[in-house]
Design a protein around this ligand. Structure first.
Ligand SMILES: Nc1ncnc2c1ncn2[C@@H]1O[C@H](COP(=O)(O)OP(=O)(O)OP(=O)(O)O)[C@@H](O)[C@H]1O
Length: 261
């Protein structure tokens, strides 16, 4: 375990991160510190820059300025696949699932870090299958999908598919997992399962979350960063954020409290 990944230490830090699209400033110098083994949520109105910040942190797009430190390394100039090797994993929506393959096979491929093109190459037999099966079984348990291990991913309910997406990222055994609106489009029962799943992750992972559902954010986050117009408006514990006047104004009063203001 590195010093940065000791629970409570700062695993991920952004310092003055900027992103410009020509003259438009999508991020105007964002600072964020994410502690290991916590759930850290990034919230803010539409267009605040949350997704852009995720792109910067995970390396899917390059920064215009500032620095990103992950697990003690300056990763600012590193492409996404190098950051994946360092232990960052991002969960993508249903497109990342192999819908005709069983749940177990989906996770096995993710555990092997196999790209779809390679996975579907009939000339290349699966490698490291034994080593992966332990990981796959563990992830199946974490997801609560053991009973569906042999079910094609396409036959799962929407909520189960969303959990499997998280599992695909988990199978790579990351230090930090980035979830972009994991509850979007979910019914109420599925929400509870996803909440439990995210909470359970922080035993072994650090979770960075973009989420619009304020009840969930307030319920599962250790730290919340509120963004507005490409900057950090506030950061703190759920209660601090709930009672922050600037945040209330940004959300016009009631959205932040789930309508209980
Ligand atoms: N490729 C791009 N070119 C120009 N502007 C962009 C580009 N990508 C994002 N933006 C702009 O940057 C701003 C921040 O967008 P971003 O998607 O990060 O916001 P967000 O907080 O994730 O919003 P939402 O909650 O709606 O997903 C927006 O005004 C958006 O239009």
């Amino acid at each position: 375990m590195t010093k940065a990944s000791v629970p409570g230490n700062i695993l991920l830090e952004a310092v003055g991160v900027e992103k410009h699209y020509d003259k438009f400033v999508a991020l105007g110098g964002v600072d964020i510190k994410v502690r290991a083994n916590t759930v850290h949520s990034v919230i803010g109105p539409n267009g605040a820059g949350k997704t852009t910040l995720f792109h910067m942190l995970t390396g899917t797009k390059t920064v215009s300025g500032g620095r990103i430190i992950f697990d003690g390394h300056d990763v600012t100039r590193e492409p996404d696949y190098v950051r994946v090797r360092r232990g960052m994993a991002r969960s993508f929506q249903v497109t990342s699932l192999f819908l005709t393959l069983p749940v177990r096979e989906n996770l096995r491929l993710a555990a092997q870090g196999v790209a779809p093109a390679v996975a579907l190459n009939p000339w290349k037999p699966p490698t490291g299958a034994l080593a992966c099966s332990e990981t796959v079984d563990k992830v199946l348990g974490t997801l609560g999908l053991q009973a569906y291990a042999d079910t094609p991913a396409g036959n799962l309910s929407h909520g189960q598919q969303r959990r499997l997406e998280v599992g695909m990222a988990l199978a790579a055994k990351p230090k930090a997992i980035f979830l972009d609106e994991p509850t979007s489009g979910m019914g109420i029962d599925d929400l509870e399962d996803m909440k439990q799943l995210i909470r359970s992750l922080k035993d072994e992972q650090t979770v960075v979350l973009i989420e619009h559902n304020m009840n969930i954010v307030m319920d599962i986050s250790d730290t919340i960063t509120v963004m507005q117009q490409g900057r950090v408006l506030a950061e703190g514990l759920p209660d601090q954020i709930r009672n922050d006047d600037r945040v209330r104004k940004a959300y016009l009063g009631n959205m932040i409290t789930g309508g209980k203001a």
